[in-house]
Ligand binder design. Structure first.
Ligand code: F6P
Length: 328
């Protein structure tokens, strides 16, 4: 493997996701395998700006394979949005003799990485790590599978109590701009309705569907609501609206919140993070830059950061039809 890269830096940025530690581990271990020094920056771009980093060898990442969160911490850096902030980061990378970066995060992370690379000619490789799964160029992002399992497990528990009390539950899940978590957990947990940012199904349909559920003899109903659902009402307003229009329903609201971002990563996320990050290191050693690694049809592939940012990972709306059929 040809190699002009002398030292690789790694960081995690944006909303954390289960499996980020597996990604850091895979970067550090791959660097050790290829005998390239590795440096971990704390709190994403902010650590680069402040020169806050740690040398990492194969042993620095022992016993983190099963741990949620990120040992390198994460942040959304406002200072990095400025040219001055990015200049400080470039100066610090030079001081630390880091000549390439692996950036683990979502679209905000890749946007920052792309500008940084263009301004300072420092090769970067993006690794998609976010529970939202909203990144083009990969069918799965690191953390999405674990988050889905957390949500399905929580809804199963809610279903138990909903069923005991003949109640209707509105369950809000994460996904400000993307409904992957809502749609797949909704089907996986047998929700009666799923509300997404991608599609406005309308309030009327919600009432009709809930009435139909009740008339068909269902003992409980679950409506999964994505944070950014397109109807434009938050989960409490939706519950209020339904209670007003269908007063026989005893409605409750559960907001799952940040529980979805934590926990031990699923085996799927561990393997995904491992495969993506071995590839990320190898791409840098092959002299590649400004790419994102992705998981496409069970293969590890790469696309430009530009296309990852420009194009959209489309959600499979056919799952709404499947949900309709199965929630009969
Ligand atoms: O992007 C990941 C995500 O968890 C979104 O689903 C959610 O809307 C957002 O981050 C929450 O961000 P924060 O932790 O900053 O409140």
């Amino acid at each position: 493997m040809s190699n002009t890269i002398k030292r690789i830096g790694v960081m995690t940025s944006g909303g954390d996701s289960p499996g980020m530690n597996d990604a850091i581990r895979a970067v550090a271990r791959s660097c050790a395998y290829y005998k390239i020094p590795c440096v971990g920056f704390y709190r994403g771009f902010q650590g680069m700006i402040e020169g806050d980093y740690v040398e990492m060898d194969a042993r620095s990442v022992r016993n983190i394979i099963s741990r949620g969160g990120t040992i390198l911490k994460s942040a959304r850096s406002k200072e990095f949005l400025t040219a001055e902030g990015r200049q400080k980061a470039a100066d610090n990378l030079k001081k630390a003799e880091v000549d390439a970066m692996i950036l683990i995060g979502g679209d905000g992370t890749f946007r920052g990485g792309k500008i940084f690379s263009e301004e300072h000619n420092i090769p970067v490789i993006g690794v998609p790590g976010t529970i939202d799964n909203d990144i083009f160029g990969t069918h799965y992002t690191i953390g999405y599978d674990t988050a889905l399992n957390t949500v399905v497990d929580a809804i199963d528990k809610i279903r138990d109590t909903a069923s005991s009390h003949n109640r209707l539950f509105f369950v809000e899940v994460m996904g400000r701009d993307a409904g992957f978590i809502a749609l797949n957990s909704g089907v996986g947990a047998g929700a009666e309705e799923i509300l997404l940012p991608e599609e406005n199904l309308g309030l009327e349909r919600l009432l009709v569907s809930l009435e139909r559920s009740r008339n068909s003899g269902k003992m409980s109903s679950i409506v999964v609501v994505s944070e950014g659902d397109k109807i434009g009402k938050n989960v409490f307003e939706l519950a209020e609206y339904v209670t007003k229009n269908l007063p026989d329903y005893d409605s409750k609201v559960t907001v799952l919140g940040h529980i979805q971002r934590g926990g031990s990563p699923s085996c799927f996320d561990r393997v995904l993070a491992s495969r993506l990050c071995v590839k990320a290191v190898e791409l840098l050693l092959e002299g590649k830059k400004d790419l994102m690694v992705g998981f496409v049809n069970n293969q590890i592939e790469s696309c430009t950061l530009e296309s990852a940012l420009k194009e959209k990972h489309d959600i499979n709306l056919d799952l709404l039809r499947i949900s309709d059929i199965l929630s009969t």
